[in-house]
Ligand binder design. Structure first.
Ligand SMILES: *Cc1c(COP(=O)(O)O)cnc(C)c1O
Length: 390
């Protein structure tokens, strides 16, 4: 095969009205915290996801932090979170002085509700103070499911458990903008809009990007108002500078929101491309022994943000590290899945409940190129190199 240019794991796709909207900000001087684009971007997110309220923030991590805070998570509380996730939601829990309790994952690498139900039923007791972890004596306040790589979590089971035990639910939908359910009680609902609060991210590698940015969504008006208030310096009198609470500067600028508006116009097209490329990978990887493309949960319509392949080193004839190195030398960037959070230094003393599947995936998963600008020819090239790298 002819020599190809470097194929990165995931890079932004900037097109459409991006230049027009950003130029308008530059030309008019409305580049900072005032201007029309923040509100337009929030409305576009509401329009697309059918969330009632959206509050733009400077990144997904602070969006999660504020969402946890607005859910009543206090210092010393515990939050149930998957060990297999990017570390940001785990850190957001710690920023509040609360502690993560790590849960296992299911066959789609999402928070496993069966494992979590077992933890709640066997490891906790319901009291007047709320759900108490028997081992630590701490109050379990919330669940933080993460829709990994765009695959929707089993929210029906998660919400059922949360309601039964009085837990708040903050959805980390940072990777799953545009993912939805096609059957069940949440049919036609988008990830991020089912729990008490949901958070999207517009980091450079996400399906829609503003360079850096995020959005909190909720169906509760008072929570949305409080989120806006806290993330914009908690102004009680904007002219006389009166602040009745400790606020934060977590705003998204007009300049970045303008880029976001142009990007969200392209979201349906990006999902189409990502799905087509997913199916192309599936077709081309099908015959390779020891290589499996991660599936998608039944009854969902994912955004196909990332593509994970699972390497069975005995069947394939090489392990993941070797495959990654070989692909790198062919100009193909890939990455193993995140190191498990219950083993990360800041969290190694935290409780982790029966982690099995997450360890299995962690040893085997490699993510392959998935940008929205990826062509079918590039997918074919990557698949061919995977086939010949054992
Ligand atoms: C990207 C990401 C975040 C954080 O978003 P930022 O906008 O980069 O702060 C949080 N959780 C997960 C799972 C992510 O992938």
């Amino acid at each position: 095969m002819s020599k190809q240019a470097f194929i990165p794991l995931s890079v932004p796709c900037i097109e459409g009205n991006a230049w027009k909207y950003v130029k308008e900000c530059l030309d008019t001087g409305w580049v900072s915290s005032a201007g029309k684009y923040v509100e337009i971007f929030e409305q576009k997110i509401c329009g697309y996801t059918k969330a009632k309220y959206a509050v733009a923030v400077s990144n997904g991590t602070v969006g999660l932090y504020i969402s946890l805070k607005l859910s009543g998570v206090e210092p010393g509380d515990e939050v149930l979170v998957p060990t297999l996730t990017f570390i940001a939601p785990v850190n957001a829990i710690r920023y509040l002085g609360a502690e993560p309790v790590f849960m296992d994952c299911d066959d789609f690498m999402n928070l496993d509700p069966v494992n979590m139900a077992e933890f709640v039923q066997s490891g906790c007791r319901l009291t007047k103070r709320g759900l108490i972890n028997k081992k630590t004596g701490r109050r379990v306040k919330a669940i933080l499911p993460v829709h990994i790589f765009g695959n929707p979590c089993d929210m029906q089971a998660i919400m059922g458990l949360a309601r039964k035990y009085g837990l708040k639910v903050i959805e980390d939908a940072t990777e799953s903008l545009g993912s939805s359910y096609t059957s069940g009680v949440y049919e036609n609902k988008f990830t991020g809009t089912i729990g008490d609060l949901g958070v999207y991210s517009f980091n450079g590698n996400k399906i829609v990007t503003t360079g850096s940015g995020g959005m909190i969504v909720t169906n509760d008006k008072s929570i949305a108002e409080k989120a806006k208030y806290l993330t914009t310096q908690a102004k009680d009198d904007a002219i006389r500078y009166v602040h009745n609470e400790v606020g934060y500067n977590f705003r998204l600028t007009n300049l970045l929101a303008a880029l976001g508006v142009a990007q969200i116009e392209k979201l349906p097209g990006y999902i189409k491309i990502k799905k087509a490329n997913y199916l192309e990978y599936k077709k081309r990887l099908a015959g390779i022994k020891g290589v499996t493309l991660l599936g998608t949960p039944a009854g969902t319509s994912p955004n196909y943000w990332f593509y994970s392949i699972i390497i069975d080193k005995d069947a394939y004839g090489a392990d993941r590290e070797r495959l990654m190195a070989k692909l790198e030398s062919s100009g193909i960037q890939t990455r193993p899945i995140w190191f498990l959070n219950h083993l990360q230094k800041p969290y190694s003393k935290n409780q982790a409940f029966k982690i099995e599947k997450a360890t299995w995936f962690w040893e085997r998963v490699l993510n392959v190129p998935c940008s929205s600008g990826l062509t079918k020819r590039q997918v074919a090239y990557v698949a061919a190199k995977i086939k010949s790298s054992n």
